[in-house]
Design a protein around this ligand. Structure first.
Ligand SMILES: C[S@@+](CC[C@H](N)C(=O)[O-])C[C@H]1O[C@@H](n2cnc3c(N)ncnc32)[C@H](O)[C@@H]1O
Length: 252
């Protein structure tokens, strides 16, 4: 099922809001950190290690919150600027959620189109809903070039070679089986046109597995702005250009 709000919603209603990734994980880190600090305050002896653990967990929650609210947005602005978009491309964002990458891409495609595909899991992102994504596109003034599709990225409802660029941010690791993750990567390559670009951001160890499966690309760490709490949950970008079709032979 696909949806868009083309021409029906006035632009710039409010700033887009992209929610919090894996909100339960963030909440449990913050709650455990606070509990450690409270327990340390009540102890008469041996409070040092408990207080240190509490402070470390709260610091980690702060880093996570910065990444999900600000850092990842800045990183994607930078990475989308680097790939040389002309502005008329057709782009697909796999697991678009509330549209952080989708909307940033659509802003760079005044004569193009940005499609998002998702299953709208609220465990993976707070308030996840196709209507929220479309409202964010409207708020950013790009509703006319954005559409969203309720679709599983392991079986995409798009024709072969129908996109110039495919992006995906912190999505594929959520697929529970290796077979499913590899199907998602194969689907991304199938819908990409020869010469098109694939950009997958995911935890560094997952990105390394994707590069191995595709037999292409070298994941590049995206830095502290994309740490979900610390470097152990850092994100790397796999950038692959799909091989162009071999030159067709012409007979004279
Ligand atoms: C952590 S959120 C990231 C959302 C967005 N890419 C971003 O960076 O803000 C992960 C997203 O992947 C989606 N997702 C997970 N598994 C999926 C699947 N098999 N097919 C489609 N979407 C999926 C979730 O619904 C969620 O929106």
């Amino acid at each position: 099922m696909s949806q868009n709000l083309s021409g029906t919603v006035p632009s710039r209603l409010r700033p887009p809001r992209y929610g919090v990734d894996a909100p339960a994980f963030l909440a449990s880190t913050a709650v455990t950190g606070t509990a450690c600090l409270l327990a340390a305050a009540r102890r008469r002896r041996g409070r040092g290690p408990v207080a240190a653990a509490g402070a470390a967990l709260l610091a980690s929650a702060g880093v996570y919150l910065h990444t999900t609210l600000r850092g990842k947005l800045r990183v994607w602005e930078r990475e989308l600027d680097r790939i040389g978009l002309k502005g008329d491309e057709r782009l697909l964002d796999l697991g678009c959620g509330r549209g952080a990458v989708l909307v940033a891409a659509a802003r760079r495609l005044p004569a193009g189109h940005a499609d998002g595909a998702d299953l709208w899991s609220r465990e993976d992102q707070s308030g996840n809903d196709s209507a929220v994504t479309l409202a964010n596109a409207a708020a950013a003034g790009v509703a006319d070039r954005v559409a969203v599709h309720t679709a599983d990225i392991t079986a995409l409802p798009f024709a072969d070679a129908s996109f110039d660029v495919v992006t995906s941010a912190l999505v594929i690791h959520n697929i529970p089986t290796r077979d499913g993750r590899e199907r998602a990567l194969d689907e991304a390559m199938r819908v990409l046109r020869p010469g098109g670009q694939l950009l997958v951001a995911d935890f560094w160890w997952a990105a390394a597995q994707y590069a191995k499966h595709l037999g292409a690309g070298t994941p590049r760490p995206l830095g502290a702005a994309y740490w979900y709490g610390g470097p152990w949950l850092g994100v790397a970008l796999l950038h692959v250009v799909k091989e162009p079709r071999p030159m067709e032979e012409h007979s004279c």
